[in-house]
Design a protein around this ligand. Structure first.
Ligand SMILES: Cc1ncc(COP(=O)(O)O)c(C=O)c1O
Length: 460
């Protein structure tokens, strides 16, 4: 490790952090103790990272929030970013740049039916762009009707007030309201926690969307935003028949379909995009985390030529999309994204994701046979989860503190895993795994082996 990580300097870094950094999603009271330090990761290579004290971990959650899809230490991405920055680092997105044009072309080549890319910097921002577009379409083309946007229970779309207004996770949204009008929740589709006793659960869960549209009035509903596989809300893979019916309902009521691929995009589930497993034709697709694997900040709001053309009217000075994202003009993002995409293709990482994802699921299913606290395992590609319960029959969720003890024990073993975190009241009980798409069979076995040991330790 390099100079600043030696024992003396790192103490200064930790002191500076404790004195001045306000960490995301963190209760800082505990850090007042001299014995408790925030985790500072100083180096990464492949699937492994090292903390400030030199402890090595295998990272089973790609930077904690499912971002570093191609793994750590990719010098080719760093080189591409450096070369781009010294030539042309920035110019506002009202104009173009070489990497932005080239990445848009590459991206669209993976998304049949889509045609336009709008750049910004975070998943929240990318989603909020869609909400603004839907509202502008309402004003311009529907006489102010069709302004409502539906979202689904347990899904998450971002941290701004606008995107939190579409949070299906009550604990994320709590205490930050009041929220703007026009956002309406539809039921989740997790069959394990079923809300209807029917055979064709997927269709029934989708029909619940139609019920909401009819209740609200079809002429008030402009769009629906959905994660292809719900990530932070508990790794919810859609039941058979769900997506087909959702698409039919959207067509029937002229409701634009917005797929939030912030987590699933760029290979996480073994296809370029999660929605591509289900034969869906979206009107909007948003993406962020894995687009450049965290080597630079970039997000994309992608739409069809049909939607794009709604914003073209030379005779109306207010008709174009009057939005700017200052850092959407940074060239580092698309430069990193181009190289990130090349790596996924050249290293055949989509196939690896399918293979290794199947291995994770096999291993988790084997753990389920052994540990009765695992009530359900779910996953698609390399996004997998195990829901822990106190009782398999009643499905009473496991006490959150015990789930946290499992995560902590894996951490002590040098394996970083995740869990649903301050998302759903009483239901923060799902362990999450999303290793980089380069994971090998040995990596997967090491990760699930640590979970096995942790479950034995915590639950006997
Ligand atoms: C599905 C989904 N959408 C949007 C976001 C928000 O992305 P960001 O944190 O980049 O704003 C997240 C973040 O976790 C997410 O999981």
């Amino acid at each position: 490790m390099d100079g600043y990580t030696n024992a003396n300097d790192i103490s200064a870094v930790i002191a500076a952090d404790k004195a001045h950094v306000w960490h995301h999603l963190s209760q800082h009271k505990g850090y007042e103790s001299p014995d408790v330090d925030p985790r500072i990761i100083v180096e990464g290579k492949g699937l492994r990272v090292w903390d400030a004290r030199g402890k090595e971990y295998i990272d089973a959650v790609s930077g904690a929030v499912w971002t570093v899809n191609v793994g750590y230490g990719r010098t080719s991405i760093a080189d591409a970013v450096r070369d781009t920055l010294v030539k042309m680092n920035y110019f506002a997105g009202v104009g173009g740049s070489v990497p932005a044009a080239l990445f848009a072309e590459r991206l669209i080549s993976k998304m049949p039916g889509m045609s336009r890319v709008y750049y910004s910097n975070s998943g929240s921002e990318a989603n909020e762009k869609v909400y603004k577009m839907v509202r502008q379409i309402s004003h311009k083309h529907h006489g102010g009707k069709k302004w409502k946007i539906l979202y689904r229970e347990r899904d998450y779309h971002g941290t701004t007030i606008g995107t939190l207004a579409t949070s299906g996770q009550a604990e994320r949204a709590a205490q930050y309201g009041p929220y703007p009008d026009g956002f309406v929740m539809v039921p989740h589709c997790l069959e394990y926690r079923k809300q209807w006793d029917v055979e064709n659960y997927g269709e029934r869960a989708a029909d619940a969307i139609e019920e909401v549209i009819l209740r609200e009035g079809p002429d008030t509903v402009g769009a629906i935003v959905l994660e292809p596989v719900t990530a932070g809300g508990g790794v919810i893979t859609p039941p058979e028949g769900y997506w087909q019916r959702v698409q039919e309902i959207c067509k029937k009521y002229n409701v634009l379909l917005h797929i939030d691929e912030v987590v699933c995009g760029l290979g996480r589930t073994g296809t370029w995009f999660g929605y591509q497993h289900y034969g869906i034709k979206p009107d909007f697709v948003t993406m962020a985390k894995g687009v450049a694997s965290g080597y630079a900040a970039i997000s994309c709001t992608v739409t069809t030529e049909e939607v794009f053309s709604l914003f073209k009217d030379a005779g109306d000075t207010m008709s174009y999309f009057r939005d700017i994202s200052t850092f959407g003009g940074c060239t580092a993002g698309p430069a990193a994204a181009l190289e990130n995409m090349r790596i996924i293709e050249d290293e055949d990482l989509l196939n690896n994701t399918l293979k290794m994802g199947a291995r994770v699921m096999d291993n988790l299913n084997a753990l389920m046979d052994k540990h009765k606290v695992i009530g359900d395992v779910r996953g698609k590609g390399l996004f997998c989860g195990a829901e822990l319960v106190a009782d398999r029959v009643t499905k009473e969720p496991m006490d959150e503190k015990k789930v946290m003890a499992v995560v902590a024990d894996c951490n002590a073993q040098g394996v970083i895993i995740g869990m649903t975190n301050r998302s759903l009241p009483g239901l923060n009980n799902t362990l999450c795994l999303s290793p980089a798409l380069i994971a090998t069979a040995d990596d997967i076995d090491q990760i699930t082996g640590a979970i096995d040991k942790a479950l034995t330790k915590v639950f006997g």
